[in-house]
Design a protein around this ligand. Structure first.
Ligand code: IPE
Ligand code: IPE
Ligand code: MG
Length: 243
């Protein structure tokens, strides 16, 4: 389905609302996280079929360690299970998987799983799926700055941008947050500079193709001025270009 005009090249999503989805159904929070994996599988397919090149999702934040210990360990286990279940199909679909975030705090088994998944999909040329796990925007900025300092490099907008975890990937054009909250929660702080923001009331496990298309339509209606004025962007509509 490619009749949606101006499809963003890079979509980033704060996949929020799993716990509330489970609570509404009198289920444990873990059931919501499991349903969240199903929603992500559908969303990857939908984005690929709409011509999106990069999808970046927020799966576990630096601050999510502060949740009850049971929930944190079930989220770690869920990632191990999801990798085993999903990677073969993702690989077959041409998806390239990349994990973004601090790996030091993760178990050896999980780290090995992340590396295997990345290696198995490394040469794929389809959708790039960045999974932000144990990720925080502030952490990303600090690790980038430390890297430059260690290399004796000057900190400039371009050197810092390149040293960020996704330094080789264009910034997101569209950031969607599901679950009704209207905040960034330490997601891509640097990369969000000129992203269009769309907030959906849908809880993440309920975020379906229709909800994605609504977000894409909202994006298509936005005028991205990047500091300029309208007349500079669409000279055909406004007469002479203003330079
Ligand atoms: C997002 O859903 C998933 C993670 C943060 C791991 P939540 O678990 O935050 O769901 P709500 O916000 O409590 O409904
Ligand atoms: C943001 O959701 C992090 C992820 C979706 C992984 P949270 O549920 O942790 O955000 P807050 O705490 O409501 O801001
Ligand atoms: Mg939440």
């Amino acid at each position: 389905m490619n009749d949606v005009p101006r499809v963003p090249c890079h979509i980033a999503i704060v996949m929020d609302g799993n716990g509330r989805w489970a609570k509404q159904r009198f289920l444990p929070r873990f059931a919501g996280h499991k349903a969240g994996v199903d929603a992500l599988r559908r969303c990857v397919k939908a984005c690929a079929s709409r011509g999106v090149a990069v999808l970046t999702v927020f799966a576990f934040s630096s601050e999510n360690w502060n949740r009850p210990r049971d929930e944190v360990s079930s989220l770690m286990d869920l990632l191990v299970m999801a990798l085993a279940r999903e990677v073969p199909q993702l690989a077959a679909d041409g998806v390239r998987l990349c994990f973004v975030g601090e790996r030091d705090g993760l178990s050896l088994a999980l780290r090995a799983g992340l590396e295997q998944a990345e290696a198995a999909t490394l040469s794929n040329a389809g959708l790039l799926l960045n999974v932000c796990f144990n990720y925080g925007g502030r952490w990303d900025l600090v690790q980038a700055a430390n890297r430059l300092v260690a290399q004796g490099q000057a900190i400039t907008e371009s050197s810092l941008g390149a040293a960020m975890q996704m330094g080789k990937v264009p910034d997101p054009d569209l950031i969607i947050r599901t679950g009704g909250e209207q905040r960034i929660s330490n997601f891509l702080l640097w990369q969000a500079a000129y992203a269009e923001l769309v907030f959906s009331d849908r809880l993440w496990p309920d975020f379906d193709d229709e909800a994605l298309d609504l977000a894409l339509c909202a994006f298509a209606r936005r005028e991205r001025r990047f500091g300029k004025i309208s007349e500079q962007l669409a000279p055909a509509l406004h007469g002479q270009p203003v330079v």
